[in-house]
Design a protein around this ligand. Structure first.
Ligand SMILES: Cc1cc2nc3c(=O)[nH]c(=O)nc-3n(C[C@H](O)[C@H](O)[C@H](O)COP(=O)(O)OP(=O)(O)OC[C@H]3O[C@@H](n4cnc5c(N)ncnc54)[C@H](O)[C@@H]3O)c2cc1C
Length: 428
């Protein structure tokens, strides 16, 4: 039930300190977890269903091997070519948007080898810290969310692809201590009989894990509700009221909500709140799609990436998901049939199983993309009691627990478990 301003005032003091989290994707949920554990009274509001946006039908990988940021040398060439190719898995649609141009310019400036190493180090710290937290969380949730420790298999159709990735693999090993098992064709099909014969090979990152994201969100929200966390669904944030350098209340469609602290975990929508929060939040939506069908009989066993096609395959207990694409097309809500066809067409050459089964779910998600590939986690620069937890790019599921823990540490004034300075909103 919503507790509105007057009600809140009458129950002041005696009560616990109160936090409102705007946005209940996996990041908002993770923040709620650590704040509730620390003894705060927590309300999470969302314009839709909890866990219902970009955190719903993604690929479900928790992948500490994903250290290289998107700002790789050559990335801007791929982006420019994609302007003229609507069928490319990566697609940039030119729009008269100063924010998009600024974003692209800042992104392009960072596409150097040196930046890959620097950003990679900062990403690795939050990826590894999150994985440690997941191991603790999964003592409670592993069965409910289909947690798997089968690693992540990168599969290549061509020798050219294998050899190109060998450089990245070597870079990961030499600079970050992350190593994969390199598999030739025979080794690949021995490990994963669901793959077709004749593929060039693959790399198996055994430290990666996976889960069913919808099931995680559902189990986590149910557990938090039992602990007393309030989830307000279909409750759109409409305004932020400030007084004396603090946020005092949020305006939602049915009234006002007060709290002591406010966390803004609004994913790809975050940039819309730049003016209200008086700070730059340079996030563009990076649209991706997934298509889920029944698990076919000879489904592969491992979660897999086919990097040449820029797509992922996620086998679940009963489902089978193909996910891919990165489109910079603004806040576009369509799911074009040609994009779903591309998912099936891209998967077909790799898999023995039928990829043309009846569709059970089609989905798009807007990834919250920052131009430096790093999340934004920290206090809003001009506002004492407001925090941003957003900008998790392609890794929100993988980075959620450490983000939630950092937010809790910042609000409580605790020693942070990792150095958060590189994620600060002050960098913009
Ligand atoms: C195809 C695809 C595959 C992916 N696979 C993976 C993967 O395997 N592993 C991984 O780690 N990541 C993956 N990701 C990325 C991951 O899904 C995102 O990084 C993550 O979901 C972002 O979480 P979030 O909580 O920030 O955003 P969201 O889940 O989008 O949550 C933000 C919430 O804010 C709410 N909101 C916005 N505005 C308002 C408002 N005004 N009032 C109230 N509520 C509001 C929205 O309704 C939404 O629920 C994938 C993404 C895609 C598209």
């Amino acid at each position: 039930m919503i507790r509105f301003a007057e009600e809140f005032e009458s129950s002041l003091m005696n009560s616990k300190q109160r936090v409102i989290i705007a946005g209940s994707g996996v990041i908002g949920i993770a923040c709620a977890h650590y704040l509730a554990e620390a003894g705060f009274e927590v309300t999470v509001l969302d314009q839709g269903k909890a866990g219902g946006a970009c955190s719903r039908a993604n690929c479900g990988y928790i992948c500490p091997s994903h250290i290289p940021p998107l700002t790789e040398p050559g990335a801007i060439g791929v982006a420019l070519k994609s302007i003229f190719n609507r069928e490319s898995p990566f697609h940039l649609k030119l729009r008269p948007s100063p924010a998009l141009w600024q974003w692209m310019w800042q992104f392009a400036r960072r596409c150097t080898h040196q930046q890959v190493l620097q950003t990679g180090q900062v990403l690795q710290s939050i990826l590894d810290a999150s994985m440690e937290e997941y191991h603790l969380l999964m003592k409670r949730f592993s069965k409910q969310c289909e947690w798997q420790e089968h690693g992540l298999l990168y599969v290549y159709e061509t020798e050219e692809g294998m050899n190109a990735f060998a450089k990245t693999d070597q870079m990961l090993e030499e600079n970050f201590g992350v190593s994969a098992t390199r598999l030739d064709n025979a080794g690949l099909t021995a490990l994963e009989p669901g793959l077709r014969a004749g593929l060039a090979g693959g790399y198996h990152y055994r430290g990666d894990t996976s889960l069913n994201p919808e099931k995680l969100n559902q189990a986590w929200v149910e557990q938090l509700r039992r602990q007393g966390v309030e989830f307000l669904e279909n409750t759109e944030l409409q305004g932020v009221e400030k007084e004396g350098g603090k946020v005092v209340r949020l305006q939602v469609k049915d009234g006002m909500l007060d709290a002591d602290y406010f966390v803004f975990a609004l994913g790809a929508w975050s940039s819309k709140w730049s003016d209200s929060l008086e700070c730059s939040i340079p996030i563009e939506p990076g649209k991706g799609y997934s298509l889920t069908m029944k698990r076919p009989e000879d489904s592969p066993f491992h979660p897999m990436l086919f990097p040449e096609k820029k797509m992922g395959v996620s086998p679940f207990e009963n489902g089978f998901r193909l996910g891919s694409m990165m489109e910079f097309v603004g806040y576009d809500e369509s799911i074009p049939a040609r994009r779903l066809k591309l998912l099936r067409d891209s998967a077909r050459p790799f898999l023995r199983s039928d990829v043309d089964g009846p569709t059970e779910d089609t989905w798009y998600g807007w990834r919250p993309m920052t131009w430096d590939s790093l999340p934004i986690v920290g206090q809003v620069p001009q506002i004492d009691n407001a925090y941003l937890a957003t900008g998790h790019n392609m890794l929100g599921l993988s980075l959620a627990p450490s983000t939630g823990r950092l937010i809790k540490e910042m609000i409580c004034g605790d020693e942070p478990h990792i150095d958060p300075s590189a994620y600060s909103p002050l960098r913009f």
